[in-house]
Design a protein around this ligand. Structure first.
Ligand code: PXL
Length: 277
């Protein structure tokens, strides 16, 4: 039986927690057919775990995109894009495809680093990716950059950032508050241009969450590919990634990774959806 085809344009993280590995694992769990275009190699220096980020030569990115489009993706997801040129190529890939949805995870930094990968990247994402995005999934730092405001820290600031990003052309915006907002809940805010939804789950006290952002966006992409409506796709993705985070585990002294398949193999988690004013 043919499966829905989900294409990720992203980097590889050697640990297998984030990046293309996370995307393909999440796609598999949702029974879509995952495949990939590699943009960047991220390796870590073993004693300090500092990230070394090296872009794939542009000709190789172009060649992979050519192959990927010839395979007719149903949904395209983006992850780490190392340069403005690769951002533009990713937009062109979506516009030249028959893909129904474009899920943009606006990766700007690896967790723990505050420096944006490349200063021109934010402007290029705003110009090329946001206006074409079905769903964009910024964390708090990314939301601040995309909205052009300081990093949101309260629910009101998150709501404002979601509206500003929507005004730049994304059809649906999910700002991942995660555990960054005070209180017992991990909250994300979903905005469709008219209604704001607060998606709430219990906060779990774990640092073993490497790969959560990639897994969340990939889960949204797979749900859309399987025909779910955007709000339902995001709600299920939050349940999926919350289970992955709750069941995260320590891989070495530097990194703890999400358990990508926990939703199907360990436990389903409840997400509460409240419409906000
Ligand atoms: O989590 C952001 C991210 C995305 N893609 C790749 C990464 C990381 C962070 O480490 O390595 C390839």
């Amino acid at each position: 039986m043919a499966l829905a085809k989900t294409l990720t344009i992203a980097g590889t993280d050697v640990s297998g927690g984030a990046g293309i590995a996370a995307d393909l694992k999440a796609f598999q769990e949702h029974e879509t057919y995952g495949y990939s275009v590699l943009t960047t190699v991220v390796s870590m220096e073993p004693s300090t775990w500092s990230h070394r980020v090296s872009p794939i030569p542009i000709e190789d990115v172009k060649n992979q995109l050519e192959t990927a489009l010839s395979l007719n993706p149903d949904v395209i997801k983006t992850g780490m894009l190392p340069s403005e040129e690769v951002v533009e190529l990713s937009k062109d890939a979506f516009l030249n495809s028959n893909a129904k949805h474009f899920v943009v995870d606006p990766v700007m930094v690896c967790k723990g680093d505050d420096e944006v990968l490349n200063p021109g990247l934010v402007e290029s994402m705003i110009e090329n990716l946001i206006p074409n995005a079905t769903v964009v999934t910024p964390n708090l730092v990314e939301a601040g950059h995309l909205a052009g405001v300081k990093t949101p820290r309260t629910l009101d600031e998150i709501k404002e950032a979601a509206k500003l990003i929507h005004a730049k052309g994304a059809n649906y915006v999910v700002v991942k508050g995660g555990t960054g907002i005070e209180g017992d809940s991990a909250i994300d805010v979903f905005y469709d241009g008219s209604e704001l939804h607060l998606l709430e789950s219990k906060k779990f006290d774990t640092a073993f969450n490497h790969g959560a952002g990639c897994t969340f966006a990939a889960s949204i992409a797979a749900n859309l590919a399987n025909g779910k409506e955007p709000l339902e796709a995001v709600q299920q993705a939050k349940a999926f990634v919350t289970s992955a985070i709750k069941n995260g585990w320590q891989m070495n002294e530097h990194v703890g990774v999400v358990r990508h398949g926990a939703y199907n193999s360990v436990e389903k988690i409840e997400v509460v959806d409240k419409v906000l004013n």
